[in-house]
Design a protein around this ligand. Structure first.
Ligand SMILES: Cc1cc2nc3c(=O)[nH]c(=O)nc-3n(C[C@H](O)[C@H](O)[C@H](O)COP(=O)(O)OP(=O)(O)OC[C@H]3O[C@@H](n4cnc5c(N)ncnc54)[C@H](O)[C@@H]3O)c2cc1C
Length: 347
């Protein structure tokens, strides 16, 4: 059986995408898979695409592929990272929408097409088989397990956030505390803000945050790195750095009230931003041995192709890492165009 990885014998590609549409998608690559599913009523036939992860990245891939009449299965483990918040911001025409509503709308759009199928399931393995791939997934919330064959796979499983270990942090995450400054800075404007993190980019984040409030304090939790030069720069902008270890975040039903330090001091703050460390959710793809960057994000070409033929990635799973809803959705649309083109040329 041919393997669809780089070592496989590729199908011959007639013509070139660049000649057809020079400004959109580059030369198609070969997706080695003998069977085509367009209009195929056989439920055992391979899917054209299995999309793993139904955030805006995966949903956007799926919407564009079902519209291209590609038989598409979307698998999602139902653990969206942004479920912590009630409102998503900055998505054109949907500013302030609940993130779960946005997903529901996306899912309904896909299921409105004959080639679209959605299932709650956690993908566990992807293996190269029969010139395509086999995806094994464990059903969640009562949905059945699935083992499916597919010509292509889209990885759009986002990231996991590793936060500073503060006991009450999750109670305020998504309401008073956020991670994306561009997404939630406006709602926190002109408030006394905390920036809490343990990474080396705190000074950059603080200067960015000062666009939304003149009262920002950086908390390093005794760990984060702020160099003397950065501290001087921050001081010149009126941003103090507190290097004491944090005991917890304090608050009540109104939201965050302060940052409690281990020495007993409580610094009053009504909102803040965290600097998580992001880890891509890719354990299920381990067998594929995909190329990743230093931080573990899947590396792709400019069109979403990974280092394995037939495997694509979109959204936060890819470099440069966590961004925004509309950026993930845009990347999804671009990857869908690439997949459709690669499949079309593979025949
Ligand atoms: C609290 C919070 C608030 C945010 N607010 C905003 C905002 O206001 N505006 C904005 O633009 N952006 C916001 N973001 C960022 C935005 O949510 C992400 O950039 C965006 O969701 C990324 O989309 P994605 O499709 O790449 O991944 P995600 O939306 O993270 O979706 C990934 C999906 O993959 C699924 N999954 C993971 N592993 C598997 C597996 N093995 N099998 C099957 N499914 C799997 C997960 O359940 C999840 O549903 C926020 C993020 C957070 C955490």
């Amino acid at each position: 059986m041919p393997d669809p990885s780089a070592g496989a014998e590729p199908a011959t590609v007639a013509g070139s995408a660049a000649a057809a549409e020079p400004n959109t998608v580059a030369e198609p690559v070969e997706v080695t898979q003998p069977e085509s599913n367009a209009g195929d009523a056989n439920p055992d036939a391979p899917y054209d695409t299995v999309v793993i992860g139904a955030g805006p990245g995966g949903l956007s891939v799926a919407l564009n592929l079902v519209r291209a009449r590609r038989r598409t299965l979307v698998l999602d483990s139902n653990r969206p990272r942004n479920a912590a918040t009630l409102h998503s911001h900055g998505y054109l025409t949907r500013d302030g929408i609940s993130p779960l509503e946005l997903r529901k709308l996306g899912q309904a759009e896909i299921e409105g097409y004959p080639d679209g199928e959605f299932q709650l399931a956690l993908a566990q393995t992807i293996t190269a088989t029969d010139g395509g791939y086999t995806v094994e997934a464990r059903g969640v919330r009562g949905a059945p397990n699935r083992t499916v064959r597919t010509r292509t796979v889209i990885i759009s499983t986002g990231v996991v956030e590793v936060m500073p270990a503060l006991p009450s942090l999750r109670a305020f995450y998504g309401t008073s505390l956020h991670s994306c400054i561009e997404c939630d800075g406006y709602e926190s404007r002109d408030q006394p803000l905390a920036l809490i993190g343990e990474t080396a980019d705190l000074a950059d984040r603080a200067i960015l945050l000062s666009q939304w409030s003149a009262d920002v304090i950086v908390f390093t939790n005794g760990v984060g790195v702020v160099t003397p030069d950065d501290e001087a720069l921050l001081a010149s902008r009126g941003i103090p750095v507190d290097r004491r270890p944090i005991a917890d975040v304090d608050g009540d039903r109104t939201g965050l009230t302060g940052i409690r330090l281990q020495d007993g001091t409580v610094v009053p703050r009504t909102a803040g931003f965290l600097r998580p460390v992001y880890e891509p959710s890719l354990a299920f793809a381990a067998d594929l041995d995909l190329d990743t960057n230093d931080e573990g994000f899947v590396t792709t070409d400019a069109h979403g192709r990974t280092s394995r033929n037939g495997i694509y990635a979109a959204g936060d799973s890819t470099q440069p890492g966590p961004q925004q809803l509309i950026i993930a959705a845009g990347a999804g649309a671009r990857v869908a165009a690439t997949v459709n083109r690669d499949l079309a040329f593979a025949g």
